[in-house]
Ligand binder design. Structure first.
Ligand code: HEC
Length: 112
């Protein structure tokens, strides 16, 4: 939990200082979609959804998350509904939300 709030604070600082504008915009868009569409399952692990911020839940998922997990988020995967069950979400929205989840979960990984 400490690591999570630290990384949120660091991201806030980065956003405020105007560094990494492009990627923090995308992260911010991702956060909005995440909170509107994905959080209801991924905050608490509904139906065994991997919890955001709980690296252990994600440990056995694809390391190629950029490609594979984004594909699963778009198309659906087992009990994970396509686009988080929101047909109005754009591909960009869903990708940004998935990146947001994984950035929170693995703050140490490099993200572009
Ligand atoms: C109705 C509940 C629900 C919602 C809403 C939801 N998810 Fe999921 N998600 C799941 C479940 C359940 C799984 C686990 C699927 C499994 O492995 O059985 C999952 C798995 C995933 C995975 C991992 C897929 C893999 O290959 O291991 C990603 C990435 C993901 N969700 C992204 C998202 C994103 C992005 C959103 C919002 C746009 C979202 N989810 C909304 C239930 C949900």
């Amino acid at each position: 939990m400490k690591t999570l709030s630290m990384s949120v604070a660091v991201m806030g600082l980065l956003a405020a200082s105007g560094l990494c504008m492009a990627s923090s915009d995308r992260l911010e868009d991702g956060r909005k979609t995440y909170e509107a569409t994905c959080a209801k399952c991924h905050e608490t692990g509904v139906d065994n959804a991997p919890e955001t911020g709980n690296a252990g839940d994600w440990a056995n998922r694809s390391k190629l998350w950029d490609a594979v997990l984004s594909e699963h988020a778009q198309q659906g995967y087992l009990r994970m509904p396509a686009k988080g069950g929101n047909p109005n979400a754009s591909k960009y929205d869903v990708d940004a939300a998935a990146e947001y989840m994984l950035t929170i979960t693995h703050p140490e990984m490099p993200h572009d």
